[in-house]
Design a protein around this ligand. Structure first.
Ligand SMILES: *Cc1c(COP(=O)(O)O)cnc(C)c1O
Length: 282
């Protein structure tokens, strides 16, 4: 039976319940992370939990865990569930209290929950690429926080599904920000362009790995805003996330990107990514 972690206990799935007054449930008042396991090891897990603690801090939440304690916790869950290749979802909410918008006084104990899922890498999509559609970014102005409030992202993703695409590429006015659950890159004349790190996008760990790979291979990595038009006229487009890795996008809004095939820079980044899986999993 799969185990679920809730506040210090490894529970059977059917016993893994939280209160109807949990602030994550009523307000989306919490934060989360999604971490990848390859061959039983955790990929870039320190970076994920540093971001988790930052997100917590940005919403005034004290989790009472260090990065190392969180790593031990998910490693234990991974072992309990015998996950070799898959993912770990972990979230923390502000806890259980009568419904009142302001923070509970005295502060409640955060509710921390984690579960695992086994699955393989998306080999077929990594090889052949996926489709994207563009849509207005209607989210709030603190997209740098990996918040449980995902309604904007959910609606964007549903829009993509409606148009038979894998990802919704969001833009504020003409400026491309990011995907519903990924970062977005345009590759033009051998250089990679992606939105700079600020409050309009989530600072992706996979984005960071792509930056490292670009440095390794001497590929210019330009953290500059670009327009929807620039994206559609790029030679190659990719999206990245913990689950999607370095994912080629071969069509946007039904039109081919470049020659409609996965490009050379993308292939180079994928090759580099495979090396980082080996060197950055613990
Ligand atoms: C999690 C997430 C990403 C990707 O971040 P990774 O750390 O690479 O998984 C990008 N955008 C949004 C909105 C996200 O929630």
């Amino acid at each position: 039976m799969t185990k679920v972690f809730i506040n210090g206990d490894f529970l059977n799935e059917k016993d893994a319940k939280v209160s109807y007054e949990d602030r994550g449930y009523v307000f989306g008042d919490g934060i989360y992370e999604y971490i990848r396991a390859y061959e039983g090891k955790l990929f870039t897990v320190k970076e994920h939990f540093e971001r988790f603690l930052r997100s917590a801090n940005e919403i005034g939440l004290d989790l009472g865990y260090t990065v190392d304690e969180l790593i031990d916790l998910v490693r234990q869950l991974l072992n309990e569930n015998n996950v070799k290749n898959g993912g770990i979802y972990i979230q923390a909410t502000r806890g259980v209290a009568p419904r009142e918008h302001s923070f509970p006084t005295p502060p409640t104990k955060p509710v921390i929950m984690a579960f695992t899922k086994s699955y393989d890498r998306p080999y077929e999509q990594l090889e052949n690429g996926v489709y994207g559609v563009t849509t207005e970014d209607i989210r709030w102005l603190r997209c740098d926080i990996k918040s449980l409030n995902l309604l904007g992202n959910v609606l964007a993703k549903e829009y993509a599904v409606k148009y038979n695409a894998t990802e919704a590429i969001q833009h504020r006015g003409e400026t491309v920000t990011e995907g519903a659950s990924s970062n977005v890159y345009a590759i033009k004349d051998g250089a990679i362009y992606t939105h700079p790190i600020n409050n309009f996008i989530l600072n992706g760990i996979t984005r960071r790995v792509i930056k490292w790979i670009a440095e390794d291979y001497g590929i210019p990595f330009k953290e500059e805003t670009f327009t929807v038009d620039f994206l559609k006229n790029a030679d190659e487009v990719i999206i990245s996330s913990t689950s999607a890795e370095v994912m080629p996008v071969i069509k946007v809004d039904g039109d081919d990107i470049g020659n409609g095939k996965v490009g050379d820079v993308t292939r180079k980044l994928q090759e580099g990514f495979n090396k980082y899986i080996k060197s950055h999993s613990i």
